[in-house]
Design a protein around this ligand. Structure first.
Ligand code: BES
Ligand code: ZN
Ligand code: ZN
Length: 522
């Protein structure tokens, strides 16, 4: 899908469908809705006026009204999309509305769509600057591209309902904001395509996307974007003494993949500058192993590599946006299968860091591969670590499917991540990861166990396990670390008006903003 920006009167722009956004400017709990268009075009305002004044359209978030052959406009159809109350207007509503426009056009079989660039100056002064033009352009591009994604990739009757072109039409612009808008749009295209790259990987079935295939797709992406990439397998995992990762993969005939990617900024950063590491859980299928899962819904466990996919999406965007900070990424990919060679409950394994782990449940495999991935990143010099993983079912019990879980050993690292959320529009909720939870993973016969003693606080004990591999370790300085548990948010069970069901691509945008925040502080 091609997304472009044109400076033109939107009413005079010929298109099969023109989308225009509206907000409800009413304030106060009991106030009746007062819809207003986010455009300064008189012709569009006139065409929409009868429907806005009658109360037929209230501009609630996600509400749509389709008008055919609107008077004095070149578009064949005008689609008015509500963004909700103007008081709470942000670029995230714009991202969603652009997505709604695309998902409205697709089933109509339209291949061209125009979106009137939302202008907050169409409202009174108090609402100005809710929509900075660069971020607005970026959000439109992201929303449009994300909405174009559908999961029916393997259907023989898959219809090509993909839009060919989305034109964002802006009335006029001074030179300065024109350049900002173009830059924003360009960023949005990179981010939207990178997130869709991650979603495509997550959507792939386990028989297609084996760890080896994940390695191939990573190398191809890296070759296309100029990242350095190495893909290793069993030999290297054993050489590095990654006993935890090796234990998980040993029950599968599919070889594991240890994927290492590197981004170096064009100007080498000063001595002592941070090295960020993005570590991802890449279990291409999780049966649970000998502690086998029940058959119900097991098919979904193909998405147990969504953490690795998020890192691949983020690395792609980093390679193309070129922030001034060094970034390393380690993906630990394998299958978790039960067979005669599989690891068993009761086994004790030694992680790369030297810590011994008593296996209580082979279904708690993600933390095992990440333990070695995090430690390896530190041995390569990482100062700041972020991992993403579909780690625990318990995170959905704690936070539902709206917020992903965030755990960290450092407040300022966390703050930088949280500061990026208004731009990314993603939701993460910090949960505790303090040492008073450590008792729950103490083992009788080894250093730690791979599950907590009880089901209580399952996501916290998983995070506490990972924390063992980022703190005090002989010969290594402790690292600042963030863990993202995306098990509840990486797969949408139901479609949204702006997004298909299936892989959400969660965390790509927020990780990217976090990485960029280190470039800004240099
Ligand atoms: N991959 C699962 C977590 C998961 C569950 C992801 C549901 C997506 C949806 C993980 O490997 C797992 O099985 N975790 C166990 C841990 C338990 C054995 C301590 C869980 O959450 O039940
Ligand atoms: Zn598992
Ligand atoms: Zn898993």
């Amino acid at each position: 899908m091609n997304v472009k920006l044109q400076f033109h009167d939107p009413a005079a722009f010929a298109a099969p469908l023109l989308a225009v956004f509206a907000v409800d400017i009413a304030t106060g709990l009991d106030a009746s809705p007062s819809p207003a268009l986010l455009t300064t075009s008189d012709a569009l305002a006139k065409a929409a006026a009868p429907w806005l004044t009658t109360g037929e359209f209230k501009a609630a978030l996600g509400e749509t009204l389709l008008l055919h052959a609107p008077a004095n406009t070149q578009a064949q159809r005008l689609l008015i999309i509500g963004l909700g109350r103007s008081a709470s207007l942000s670029i995230h509503e714009v991202r969603k509305a652009a997505g709604i426009a695309v998902r409205f056009a697709k089933p109509l079989g339209l291949h061209e769509l125009a979106i009137a660039f939302p202008e907050d100056k169409a409202l009174s002064d108090e609402h100005m600057d809710a929509l900075p033009c660069d971020l607005t352009a970026r959000a439109i591009a992201e929303g449009a591209l994300l909405a174009d994604f559908d999961i029916d990739f393997y259907r023989s009757d898959r219809k090509d309902q993909s839009l060919h072109t989305v034109t964002v039409v802006h009335t006029e612009a001074d030179k300065k904001s024109e350049a900002e808008m173009q830059r924003g749009l360009g960023e949005g295209i990179i981010v939207g395509e990178s997130q869709n790259f991650a979603r495509t990987l997550v959507n792939e079935p386990g028989n297609v996307l084996t760890p080896t295939e994940l390695g191939r797709r990573a190398s191809t992406m890296c070759a296309e974007t100029g990242l350095a990439c190495e893909v290793h397998s069993t030999k290297k995992i054993l050489e590095l003494k990654m006993g935890a990762f090796a234990a998980v993969t040993q029950g599968s005939p599919e070889p594991p993949a240890l994927i290492v990617m590197r981004y170096e900024p064009a100007t080498p950063p000063a001595e002592g500058a941070p090295l960020l590491a993005l570590v991802g859980k890449g279990i291409t299928f999780d049966t649970g192993g000998i502690s086998i899962k029940s058959a119900d819904g097991m098919d979904k466990m193909k998405y147990d590599m969504a953490g690795a996919a998020a890192m691949l999406g983020a690395m792609r965007a980093i390679a193309l946006l070129k922030p001034a900070v060094r970034v390393l990424s380690i993906l630990c990919s394998c299958e978790n299968m039960p067979d005669g060679a599989a690891f068993k409950p009761g086994d004790v394994v030694t992680a790369m860091s030297g810590k011994t782990i008593e296996i209580m449940n082979t279904d708690a495999e993600g933390r095992l591969v990440l333990a070695d991935g995090l430690h390896y990143a530190r041995t390569l010099g990482a100062t700041h670590l972020i991992d993403a993983a579909t780690l625990t079912g318990a995170i959905s019990i704690a936070l539902g499917q709206l917020n992903a879980g965030l755990f960290s050993n450092d407040d300022s690292t966390t703050q930088l991540f949280l500061d990026g959320l208004p731009i990314s529009g993603e939701k993460f909720w910090r949960l505790p990861c303090t040492d008073d939870y450590r008792d729950q993973i103490k083992s009788q016969i080894a250093d730690i166990m791979n599950t907590g003693g009880s089901r209580y606080g399952g996501s916290i004990t998983a995070a506490m396990f990972l924390k063992e591999f980022v703190g005090e370790t002989p010969g290594l300085p402790p690292a600042n670390w963030i863990h993202l548990d995306i098990a509840g948010t990486a797969w949408l069970d139901d479609a949204k008006p702006w997004q298909s069901k299936g892989p959400s691509g969660i965390a790509v945008r927020s990780i990217l903003e976090w990485v960029r925040s280190y470039a800004k502080t240099l």
